[in-house]
Structure formats: C-alpha cells, structure tokens
Ligand binder design. Structure first.
Ligand SMILES: Cc1cc2nc3c(=O)[nH]c(=O)nc-3n(C[C@H](O)[C@H](O)[C@H](O)COP(=O)(O)OP(=O)(O)OC[C@H]3O[C@@H](n4cnc5c(N)ncnc54)[C@H](O)[C@@H]3O)c2cc1C
Length: 557
C-alpha cells in the first residue's frame, strides 16, 4: 500500500522532505538573513540506519489488528517536535521508542487497550499529532513499567454532530486542524482555533495541553471552546454534560484540560463553533521601541476592544521574519466579526496607537478567509503583516532546515502581569542572551513577541537563535533552557502559557504549582488510574502514587 507516511523525524510527511539542494538554498538564505555563519549542511540519518531497542512487550492477539511494531511506527512516535526532539531524530537517536503503537478505530479499542495496559503494567501514552514540544509524548517511563504503548488517535478524526442552533459540534479527539475545519466548513462554521501547529495537532491534544490559538484576546485557550468532554480512563468513562456554563463544583472539563494524558484518553468533545468571519480589518503599526509598543498594547488590552490579533514583535524578530528592517517594533493588529463591520473598532485602536507614538505602516480590509491558516487576509502581498504571517505558518518546516544547517532555535513562552512586565522582559532576555553567549559564542540573539494579551498582562514568547556547535546541540539547548526557565520562575512568570508541562518543564512546574495541588491531583489520578499507567512522569511524579510515606495510598485494583 502506498500510504503517505509522516517523516520519522521533523515536521510533516516524508514526501515533504526537501532535497539536499533545497536545504542548501533555503539554508544559505536563512543563514544570510539571520546574519549567522553557517557550517556544512548535514543530512538526516536514514531510518534504515537506525537501531531501535528491542521491544519489551508485544501486542496481545486480540489487539494485534490495530497495533504496529515496525521501525517507522516506533521511531515516528518516539519523540515530539521540540528543537531537541528534531535534533535527536535527525541524528537517528531514539532513546525511548514505544514498544508498539496502537491505532484505535473506535472508542471501544481505547477501552480494551487501557484495560490491557493496566493489567500488564504497561505505560499508555496518548498521542494526537505528536507536536508536543515539552516531552509530552516521549515514552520515557520509569523502569517499574513493563513497557510503553503509544495510543495514536489520528484514526478518530470525524465531526460526529453539528448543533446549528446552539452552535456547537461533537468532534472526535484525533481530528487534526485541517480535517476538523474542512468538516465544519461544510456547515459554514469554524472552531477558530489556530495554533501554529494547526496542520498536524489534534483536538484531543489541544485539550490535553490547554493549547492556545492564533488569536490574541478573548477565547485564547482551547478550554474556552469546550462545552463538554469525554475521556476513557482506566477506571471508566469520564463524560460531562453539555452546558453553556455551570457552577456545579470544580469543572470536569477544566480538569481534563491540561491533564496531558495522565488521567485518561480524551476521545471526543463538544466544542463551541461559530460562523466564519466576514468582516475583517488589519493594520501594521510601528513603534520606536518594544517598550513603547508594550505600553500601547496594555492600553489596547484594557480598552475592551478585544482585537483578534494584537501581536507585538520586537525589532529583531520583525527583521528575522522580513516584516521590518530591524529599526522598529511592529504591532500586528486585526479585528474580525461574522456579524458587523469592524472599521470603528480598528479606527479606535489606531487612535490608541497614535496616542502611544505608533505609526500606521499599513491598514487594509480583506474579504476572504484562509480559515485553515487562521490568517486574516485573503490578499497576498509583500507587506509587513503578511510577511510575518507567512513566516509564522512556515516556521515548523524552516526549523528542520535550521537543524540541517547547524542553527540552534528554541522558544520559550510565558505570561506575566503588566506591572512586572518591563523588568521581567529585560531579565529573561538577558539570562537567555548570557547563556547563548556562553554556550554558542558570538552571534546568538533572543527576540520577543506577544502572542496573547490579557487586560492584566501579556503572554511573552521568546525565541533564542544562534549558531550551534555540531553534535552538542542538545547540551547547548539544555543550558539555554535552564537559564531562561530559571529566570522565568525567579521573576514570577509561568513556565508555560500554552506549550504545557510534559516531562521537560517538570523541574520548574514543580516549583510553580502549590504542593497541596500536586497532592490533590495525584490523588485524583490514583483514583481513576490506580496502576498509574497513564503517561507516567508527566505533570506529577509517579512516585507520589507509590511512596509509602505519602498521605495518598494507591487505590486497590
Ligand atoms: C512548530 C510548533 C508550533 C506550535 N505552536 C503552538 C501554538 O501556537 N499553540 C499551542 O498551544 N501549542 C503549540 N505547539 C505545541 C503543540 O502543538 C501543542 O501542545 C498541541 O496542543 C499538541 O497537540 P497534539 O495533537 O500534537 O498532541 P500531542 O503532541 O500528540 O500530545 C500532547 C500531550 O497531550 C496528550 N494527548 C494527546 N492527545 C490526547 C488525547 N486524545 N487524550 C489525552 N491526552 C492526549 C499527550 O499524551 C501529550 O502529553 C506548537 C508545536 C510546534 C512543534
């Protein structure tokens, strides 16, 4: 069968792997643009040359039909898509492949799998698009488990029901962005949730990680769209009622949101959908400094205007994405509505910008909807707003090329209240730049942008980019990550605004969250997952469940 296969490393399908010549050309362009000296272009290690460890367990006969244990299946589920994951995969290093991959075709398959995993002491790792950048899907589980199985949910990708009266849709968890949007599109509706990983990430993955979409204000995180959710836990079904709102105790949906596969496997959800927007206006506004732009964004975020886009990009990042010449910060501002013109809102927002020294570089309206891209404008064009947007959407592919040409590129996303923002920004950036200089030498830089803005503070997204020392990328990136994460926690920020905790953010998450909360969460996990098989090591330490000194005893099985 000539089935299209995902690359065993990196972003996208095997047939999207650029040729060596294309890598050379794009690499030279990217390097020139970034002002970096680039060493040779390296080729990825072919799958045939990869040696995976022997599987510890084999699929049981009754599940064999939906399971695969070939090298491609195991390697392509061994890592997520962080920079370090891409480097590891590129070099053919897959330290923790799952023993096999299960691909459920219906919910009852998930039930049977979890029952088998609990019975056999085998870890179960739910897997949506595998776009985790925090080690969330890496089957790196304690040796107390007899093995690890990845549950790939991409076969469950249907929109099952559309309620046009309430404007909600029941969608299976494995539906990735494009499949989900095209099915909703048949009804003239959209979920309007466009993370940068939209092409491959899934509804279940979004809910499990509390993903945030492209839009800057209003409903930023996926849980704001969830009306009810359904999951299979080792202890049974977790299904909430469809309600527009409820004050009945802690929310069962909100508890699944951000559970990162540790409580159960989300199989479907009712989500709030809406008509596609027909009125759109956008503008690019220049500011002399990032600080001046930030003050303006604070005013905008507190104005009640709720722009769909309000992305402030610092001068260096604007230059990197060809949206500026490096002399000014850029604010990408956009409004949209399915119901009414948004000219007045944009006009008022531009007044606020002018009051803060912003100079409009372009403003325009647009008709069509590129939907899938979450892009606001149908028109192409070489202006700053669309340059930035195209760079944003193509970024995941470019990153694979950066690895091939030896450029380190890592991102950090956080949020902070406005009164602490200026100091926070300065110190986190300085910590990143110092670490980059120490491990990569000259030529590195840390840039910043706002991805989301709230009335009480921005979500700040830092990008660290530098020439890497070949073969040492993982250690170099680790050093930068530690320095930046330490600064984020020391300065009162969150270790993640939307990328989740996974395995990689645990050291800092453990210092951020209240200990009593960890106890409460571990207790809830022990109740629905008594053997602790659901994605062990993510969010909460599995030892909490079995430590005899802990106040929580594992429930009897
Ligand atoms: C280039 C790039 C850009 C990105 N941009 C964004 C962005 O704009 N916004 C954003 O929020 N994130 C972004 N991410 C991070 C990532 O895409 C999100 O975390 C996304 O929500 C993961 O979805 P997924 O389907 O790929 O889940 P996976 O990566 O497969 O899994 C993520 C976690 O969720 C769990 N999980 C997955 N599916 C289920 C399920 N059905 N039930 C229970 N648990 C499940 C997994 O066990 C794992 O812990 C980006 C990542 C990359 C590589």
């Amino acid at each position: 069968v000539n089935e299209r296969r995902f690359k065993h490393w990196g972003w996208g399908y095997e047939d999207q792997q650029p040729s060596e010549q294309a890598i050379r050309q794009t690499g030279a362009l990217a390097a020139g643009h970034l002002g970096l000296a680039v060493s040779d272009i390296e080729a990825p290690v072919a799958l045939e040359r990869v040696q995976l460890r022997e599987p510890r367990v084999r699929p049981p006969a009754e599940l064999a039909e939906i399971c695969a244990g070939d090298d491609h299946a195991r390697a392509s589920h061994a890592l997520g898509k962080s920079y370090v994951d891409v480097v590891e995969g590129f070099r053919g290093r897959f330290a923790h492949p799952p023993d096999f991959v299960a691909r459920p075709r219906e919910e009852s398959d998930v039930e049977r799998l979890l029952e088998w995993c609990a019975g056999e002491g085998v870890a179960a790792i739910p897997f949506g698009g595998g776009t985790s950048v925090v080690g969330g899907v890496t089957p790196d589980v304690p040796s107390t488990f007899n093995g690890a199985v990845t549950i790939d949910l991409r076969g469950l990708d249907r929109v099952l029901e559309v309620d046009a009266v309430t404007r909600a849709a029941r969608i299976q968890a494995g539906a990735a962005g494009p499949a989900l949007e095209s099915q909703l599109g048949e009804h003239g509706l959209t979920l309007r949730h466009f993370p940068q990983s939209f092409e491959y990430s899934t509804l279940g993955g979004w809910i499990a990680t509390r993903a945030a979409g492209h839009f800057a204000t209003g409903r930023t995180h996926i849980e704001d769209y969830v009306e009810s959710a359904r999951a299979i836990t080792p202890a049974g079904v977790w299904q909430s009622r469809r309600l527009p709102g409820s004050g009945a105790g802690p929310s069962p949906d909100r508890m699944l949101a951000g559970s990162e596969g540790t409580l159960g496997t989300i199989t479907e959800a009712w989500v709030r959908v809406q008509p596609r927007p027909s009125h759109k206006r956008s503008a690019g506004v220049r500011f002399e400094t990032f600080a001046a732009g930030a003050e303006c964004v604070r005013a905008l975020s507190q104005s009640g205007l709720d722009p769909a886009n309000c992305r402030l990009i610092d001068a260096r990042e604007a230059a990197m994405t060809m949206a500026g010449d490096g002399s000014h910060a850029l604010l990408v501002l956009g409004f949209e509505s399915p119901d009414h013109p948004v000219d007045e809102a944009l006009a008022r927002a531009l007044e606020i910008c002018a009051e803060h020294g912003g100079a409009v570089s372009e403003a325009r309206s647009a008709g069509g909807d590129r939907g899938a891209a979450g892009a606001n404008d149908a028109a192409g064009g070489g202006d700053a707003v669309s340059s930035w947007r195209e760079a944003f959407l193509g970024a995941p592919y470019v990153r694979d090329v950066l690895v091939a040409i030896g450029v380190l590129a890592e991102t950090f996303e956080t949020a902070i209240t406005w009164e602490r923002f200026a100091v926070f920004h300065e110190r986190v950036k300085a910590a990143g730049e110092q670490a980059l200089a120490e491990v990569c030498g000259e030529g590195g830089r840390v840039t910043a942008r706002f991805t989301h803005v709230y009335a009480d503070g921005p979500a700040v997204y830092f990008t660290a980019i530098a020439p890497a020392r070949r073969g040492e990328e993982v250690e170099q990136c680790g050093a930068v990550k530690r320095a930046v994460s330490e600064a984020i926690i020391a300065e009162g920020g969150t270790i993640t605004h939307h990328h989740a905790v996974g395995r990689d953010h645990r050291p800092w998450y453990d210092r951020q969250r209240p200990d009593t909360f960890a106890l409460a969460f571990a207790g809830a996990k022990a109740a629905v997952d008594p053997r602790g098989v659901m994605n062990p090591g993510v969010l909460v330490d599995p030892r909490v469940l079995i430590d005899p000194g802990a106040r929580i005893a594992p429930a009897a099985v």
